[in-house]
Design a protein around this ligand. Structure first.
Ligand SMILES: [Zn+2]
Length: 204
């Protein structure tokens, strides 16, 4: 959770709600989502321009920019076996974002390595299940388009879909994980294979 200089960008309850929804979402695959440590509140890092990355009101990710600053700031605190979840300010063009091994990008720092960094925007409603969705990227190491767009992951909405129809209170959307997605999410990814399906996040 990062601060914009005026205190944390989300409340602890927002964090707990996202984790609860993520846990509900992935229970179908037999995967439990747990917080390893209590959330840490810290100032957003300084970007390449010398300014706090949230000083313009956004976490800029396209092209990779502010996400790189966060990854560099986390440094050796991140490891391949644990996903780092960063609650941040609004994200340009998204409610969440995943830097997984397959999504390195040319301009990412070396210390990204095999680590997993998941960003959740402060303006993401709990019912959009942003953390659950980004965990889908982390577990499968695949982009939205890898799977048939449906249900909770990847739940890439068709262009023009009203936001109000995407909330998880609707029995028609975002409620279950496809079998193929479930299998991919439960796959162990071999160390060193940055583009392989699966992850190194699950422990027996
Ligand atoms: Zn996605």
């Amino acid at each position: 959770m990062i601060s914009d200089g005026r205190g944390p960008v989300v409340t602890m309850q927002q964090v707990l709600d996202q984790v609860e929804r993520a846990n509900n979402a992935w229970a179908q695959a037999g995967i439990r989502v747990v917080m390893i440590d209590a959330p840490i509140i810290e100032e957003a890092p300084t970007g390449a321009d010398g300014l706090n990355i949230l000083s313009d009101g956004w976490l800029d990710i396209s092209p990779a920019l502010d996400d790189v600053a966060v990854i560099e700031a986390l440094g050796a605190a991140a490891t391949p076996a644990v996903a780092e979840v960063i609650y941040t300010g609004p994200i340009t063009g998204a409610l969440g974002y995943a830097r997984v091994p397959a999504n390195m990008g040319g301009d990412l720092p070396q210390n990204h390595g095999e680590n997993t960094y998941l960003f959740v925007a402060s303006n993401s409603p709990t019912s959009r299940r942003s953390l659950a969705h980004e965990i889908g990227h982390a577990l499968t190491n695949q982009p939205d388009l890898f799977f048939t767009p449906s249900i909770i992951f990847p739940a890439a909405p068709p262009i023009g879909t009203p936001q109000s129809t995407l909330l998880d209170m609707s029995p028609l959307t975002r409620r279950r994980v496809m079998h193929a997605t479930q299998e991919a999410a439960r796959t162990d990814r071999a160390a060193g294979c940055l583009t392989c399906v699966g992850n190194r996040l699950l422990s027996p």
